[in-house]
Design a protein around this ligand. Structure first.
Ligand SMILES: *Cc1c(COP(=O)(O)O)cnc(C)c1O
Length: 391
């Protein structure tokens, strides 16, 4: 950290990532491979560092949302299987193929457009995972007739195109769960039943697809008994966060270790008098002599202005309030006493026994914990606490 001029940083504890992945590996059914989802720069933690740690801890696959994210991982030297979960235009599939990146196929039309532009120049085939929409209503086929047509077309191409196997390989099929983090299991069960029907159709049409997957972190935490799927996609809980407050309160099979914490240091400390105000719009006024500390972090760093006069932080193991409006680069806190400039303040994370959790901050913002680390902008450097195995 000595090379930072400005003392505001995120600490990413790679040991926590390691422990979470190891715990989930043990928790999985034997036949299941583990895909760790590192989209959006590893949910704001750093895709490469998280991917590296997760693979060392036993992950088999990496999942991302964008072709760009997959390419960045390949360029960083990752050779593990990578699946792009998001939509890629047919014209860009050759890039994925060239870098041995598996892709999602969204529907029958997408399949044919993609197939039509795959040449047969002796490269390795494009690996595709067909997406079916069993209730999420976002991507994939909803229509079983369309899916059957795809199965038939696939089998015909396999029969008729002598270069078939150098062009395309149907590697997987998958769906995404909409309510796996909730108490009520009814919709989840419906989605599972739909997936079973799709898998039946594969068998009926004689299509042999090596992989099927469905579970996100919530499905994994629940340890869904799904012998028909053999990959699971672990996102949020890789990072030590629960998929929902309900799951956090009721369903976690082991303690998750949050990897992300956000810190800054006091750059200025002063005493204000009763009646004095702090920051734009005078939304905070002191009722007595009050110590105010200023931190060099603001909404340009992703500390949402909607946290003004709501959020709390930790200093010397004590909780303090953010006071006045959060500015672009600066934020004020109310102190119980003067602390020296440079004193560390934790905005997300633990000090001693106390914690300001991601969930607490999400709650102030009426959002979910997922959004918080994604929001902390790239202006805030990520400092890695490396994992050292205990011998
Ligand atoms: C982001 C994502 C995941 C991971 O979900 P979590 O809830 O973070 O575990 C899994 N599958 C798909 C398709 C996704 O987009």
């Amino acid at each position: 950290m000595d090379n930072l001029f400005r003392k505001t940083w995120v600490e990413v504890d790679l040991g926590a990532i390691h422990d979470n992945v190891v715990a989930f590996r043990r928790h999985l059914h034997d036949h299941q491979q583990l895909m760790v989802v590192v989209k959006a720069d590893g949910y704001g933690h750093g895709a490469e560092q998280v991917a590296d740690q997760a693979l060392q801890a036993g992950a088999n696959w990496l999942g991302v949302a964008l072709l760009e994210e997959a390419l960045a991982l390949r360029q960083a030297g990752f050779s593990a299987p990578i699946l792009v979960l998001g939509f890629i235009d047919a014209e860009h599939m050759s890039v994925a193929r060239q870098h041995n990146i598996s892709v999602m196929i969204n529907d029958l039309d997408h399949f044919h457009t993609v197939y039509a532009q795959l040449d047969d120049q002796g490269q390795s085939p494009l690996h595709v995972h067909i997406k079916v929409d069993t209730g999420m209503g976002r991507l994939g086929m909803r229509d079983k007739g369309e899916f059957e047509q795809l199965c038939q077309d696939y089998m015909n191409l396999q029969k008729d195109d002598p270069h078939f196997s150098t062009r395309l390989h149907w590697e997987g099929m998958y769906t995404h769960l909409a309510t796996a983090d909730e108490a009520d299991l009814a919709f989840l069960t419906e989605q599972q039943d739909h997936l079973s029907e799709y898998i039946q159709l594969l068998h009926q049409h004689g299509v042999n697809v090596p992989f099927a997957h469905m579970s996100n972190s919530a499905g994994i935490v629940r340890r869904l008994n799904d012998p028909q799927t053999n990959i699971v996609r672990l996102g949020i809980s890789t990072y030590g966060l629960a998929p929902s407050p309900y799951m956090k309160a009721n369903l976690l099979p082991f303690t998750l270790k949050p990897a992300f914490s956000l810190h800054s240091r006091l750059v200025h400390v002063k005493k204000i008098s009763s009646g004095d105000s702090v920051s734009y719009g005078q939304t905070y006024k002191a009722h007595e002599e009050t110590w105010i500390g200023t931190l060099a972090i603001g909404y340009a760093d992703g500390l949402s202005r909607n946290l003004s006069n709501k959020a709390q932080a930790l200093i010397e193991g004590k909780r303090v309030n953010l006071v006045g409006r959060i500015c672009m680069d600066l934020t004020m806190i109310k102190l119980d006493q003067p602390y020296p400039r440079g004193t560390k303040v934790t905005l997300i994370g633990q000090q001693n026994e106390l914690e300001v959790s991601m969930d607490e901050m999400a709650n102030h913002l009426n959002t979910i914990n997922y959004e918080i680390p994604c929001m902390i902008s790239s202006r805030v450097p990520r400092i890695y606490k490396h994992f050292s195995p205990k011998c």
